[in-house]
Design a protein around this ligand. Structure first.
Ligand code: SF4
Length: 377
């Protein structure tokens, strides 16, 4: 298959592994972070860590959108699910993400109004098929998915769909990277930057990482050869003393990104401080729906008294046992998302916590670091 087989060619991958071995300085250690969950999956699935010299370490970052969704977002969605004539529409991964007390999956049977959809378009169709109900779509994801949701918001407004709402939990990546490099713990010598996000925003928004912090960057594709080439390019930047932002994934990513998608984002969203699971509140790292579209903004249209879940809108609690706070149980997902710990450092990994029965968000999505380790390492 064009653009797949050639990037999984074992001979070519081994050649790059050799070049990496020759390029590293054996007296140094190199700590690289792959930011995106899809990279994490690919590294685990193709066993790439085994091809790297022992002094090259890969850390996983906060690029799995489900994993960084904070408990407060899930709690709010559950509170909305308890309101009369309201249906929550969400992508499948989100239903298992733990809130502070329940996940959406745990209240699904009680409320009966949480529907899994496969696209924003499906959520819009749900709204037109259910004129007596209010459909709240959970908008989660980075610059990659936000443009499609922005387009749905524009469509709902232009067509006068009055029962479609979006709860925006969107996040943008550069401020999170800034928070990571400012923290200095863990030490990061280079980033494999998120490829899908970069297809939208381009390379320029990352320039501060090399210019201000002297850290190397490569935007790499998701196939094993892409990632190995990206790692080689990082080592070259470091050894040449020339940190910058290189694009390995130039069959998709342009320096200026996708202007159409950028304009849609600017048209619908404003920047806002946002909470990330594990990283806390990061300045200007979220997207809030602009006032012009406030009729569609769930936060402007739904009032909940508390995090109490109600089936009737009266505020009465649904009859479920309190489940957990993942951190109380020993989940270290917050540290995993910052690259401070690995899944194997968690006492629950593969024991209490598995993809079938996740305790923390990092085990929920197939792109979560704990899930990738569990399935492939
Ligand atoms: Fe949390 Fe489970 Fe990962 Fe442990 S294995 S850090 S409990 S998600």
């Amino acid at each position: 298959m064009k653009y797949v087989d050639e990037f999984r060619d074992k001979g070519l991958i081994k050649n790059v592994a050799e070049k990496i071995k020759e390029a590293v300085n054996p007296k140094k250690s190199y700590r690289f972070m792959e930011v995106c969950g899809t990279h994490t999956m690919s590294i685990a699935r193709f066993g790439l860590k085994h091809l790297l010299p022992p002094n090259v370490k890969m850390l996983s970052g906060p690029g799995c959108p489900v994993c960084v969704t904070p408990t407060s977002f899930i709690d709010k969605a559950i509170a909305y699910a308890g309101l009369k004539d309201t249906i929550i529409a969400t992508f499948g991964d989100m239903v298992k993400v733990p809130g502070s007390t329940y996940s959406l999956q745990e209240v699904r049977a009680e409320t009966g109004n949480i529907k899994v959809v496969y696209s924003t378009l499906d959520a819009l169709k749900l709204a037109s098929r259910n004129p007596g109900k209010r459909i709240v779509f959970l908008g989660v994801g980075f610059e990659t998915t936000a443009p499609t949701i922005a387009a749905a918001i524009m469509e709902a407004k232009s067509k006068g769909v009055d029962n479609f709402f979006v709860l925006s939990g969107h996040k943008v990546m550069p401020p999170a990277l800034k928070a990571l490099v400012k923290d200095k713990d863990p030490r990061i010598d280079g980033f494999i930057l998120p490829a899908h996000v970069s297809a939208i925003i381009g390379a320029r928004p990352y320039a501060f990482i090399s210019e201000r912090y002297g850290i190397s960057n490569v935007i790499a594709g998701f196939e094993p050869l892409d990632i190995m080439q990206g790692i080689y390019m990082l080592i070259k930047q470091i050894e040449d003393g020339d940190p910058r932002v290189d694009i390995q994934y130039n069959r998709v990513v342009r320096a200026g990104g996708n202007k159409v998608a950028q304009n849609i984002l600017k048209r619908v969203f404003d920047s806002v401080d946002a909470e990330w699971r594990g990283l806390g509140v990061i300045r200007a790292s979220g997207l809030r729906i602009k006032r012009e579209f406030s009729r569609i903004d769930a936060e402007k249209n739904f009032k909940t008294k508390s995090r109490t879940v109600s089936r009737t809108g009266t505020g009465a609690e649904i009859n479920l046992p309190r489940v957990r706070d993942a951190a109380d149980k020993g989940c270290i997902c917050g540290k995993v998302l910052k690259g401070l710990s690995e899944p194997k450092d968690c006492k629950l990994f593969g024991k209490g916590c598995t993809p079938e029965h996740p305790i923390g968000a990092c085990m929920v999505s197939s792109e979560g670091t704990c899930s990738a380790w569990y399935l492939h390492l």
